[in-house]
Design a protein around this ligand. Structure first.
Ligand SMILES: [Zn+2]
Length: 115
């Protein structure tokens, strides 16, 4: 699935002399059961299943640093994975603690938006 992002489109009312557009950040993060929904500052809403995000983890334990090979074995991940805890990391990412005990994944906003 790929969406074409039209970065030239502007939502803001205030004139922005800076050519670098503000990146969208989560305005609202909700976790219900196994699902995570995010409403972004630009109005877009995303919903992910916990398992989907768990499988998309790109931490050093899940993706080989050198070969970029994904080492997650989907059959070893429970069918329902819930976020136990969601932390905001700096101003650019979310850190999930998953119900299967995995807690080293950091998901940048860019990455979340690309999923
Ligand atoms: Zn991971």
């Amino acid at each position: 699935m790929s969406t074409v992002s039209r970065s030239t489109e502007k939502f803001g009312q205030k004139p922005n002399s800076n050519s670098r557009a503000m990146k969208p950040i989560p305005k609202e993060i909700k976790a219900t059961d196994g699902n995570i929904s995010i409403v972004w500052s630009d109005g877009q809403a995303s919903t992910y299943s916990g398992r989907q995000l768990r499988l998309a983890c790109r931490c050093a334990a899940c993706v080989d640093e050198w070969t970029h090979q994904v080492m997650i074995q989907p059959e070893r991940i429970p069918a329902v994975v819930k976020p136990e805890k969601i932390d905001v990391v700096g101003n650019y990412a979310l850190h999930f603690t998953w119900s299967d005990g995995h807690n080293t994944g950091i998901y940048s906003y860019d990455y979340l938006r690309s999923l």
